[in-house]
Design a protein around this ligand. Sequence first.
Ligand SMILES: Nc1nc2c(ncn2[C@@H]2O[C@H](COP(=O)(O)OP(=O)(O)OP(=O)(O)O)[C@@H](O)[C@H]2O)c(=O)[nH]1
Ligand SMILES: [Mg+2]
Length: 253
Amino acid sequence: MIGGFERPPRRRSVKILVVRACICLPTYDEAENLERMLRALAGVIGPDDSVLVIDDNSPDGTGRIAEEIAMQLNFVRVLHRERKEGLGPAYLAGFSWALDAGAELVLEMDCDFSHDPADVPRLIAAAEEGADLVLGSRYVPGGGVRNWSFLRRFISTGGSTYARVLLGVGIRDLTGGFKCYRRAVLEGIDLGTIDARGYAFQIQTTYRTLRRGFRVVEIPITFADRELGGSKMSKAIVLEAVWKVPVLRLRRG
Ligand SMILES: Nc1nc2c(ncn2[C@@H]2O[C@H](COP(=O)(O)OP(=O)(O)OP(=O)(O)O)[C@@H](O)[C@H]2O)c(=O)[nH]1
Ligand SMILES: [Mg+2]
């Protein structure tokens, strides 16, 4: 341009979030637990790690609390979904967000303190040492469960044994939800066709990971029953796992 000048391109102030590990934290009515959980995670995650709260429009206002805390803690992001559809769809939405954000590791974790935030660095370390999928496991030596009734223990150990035998795999804890995936796993297990919603979601994701030849490692954790808030476990969730496991075997995942 002669005799004039061009305006320099306007700088956009976009805050770039660098994500190494993204912890997906699904919530439904966790108002009593969320803030304490996020503050506990603040003490154990690294500077490039983030936490994604995935809230399904909780009637108790958990989504609003998440937004308030996200204003104070810059590693927190919030994904709001319109309605409760179960853990599976909530996690799938979270995985897709985490992959888009560039996360190298993606974790699953409950918000009710059944999973100890202090164990997060051990899960991440096992992935960094070479595991493609790390499972926080109650049923390997050194692992366990605290404060559970006999019935809950029976359902949980029975469910894992049932799935292990029917699927013909060696994993001891197939229904746990404290997991750390390497990015390549989530890109390699065809998330778009995962259809399980409850415990079956944990079984389906781990089974597919094994079927695709990835390395799955179990590390011991102690699982504690929740102290605050109510359980979302239901008969439907248990029944889905019962009928879905043979289907997974027939479909090979
Ligand atoms: N976004 C979302 N989160 C959910 C849904 N169902 C459960 N959650 C969350 O997932 C985590 C695990 O749920 P829990 O209620 O503890 O269910 P559970 O661990 O299977 O059952 P318990 O062992 O009895 O506690 C918690 O953080 C819940 O708030 C859901 O449909 N959508
Ligand atoms: Mg729980």
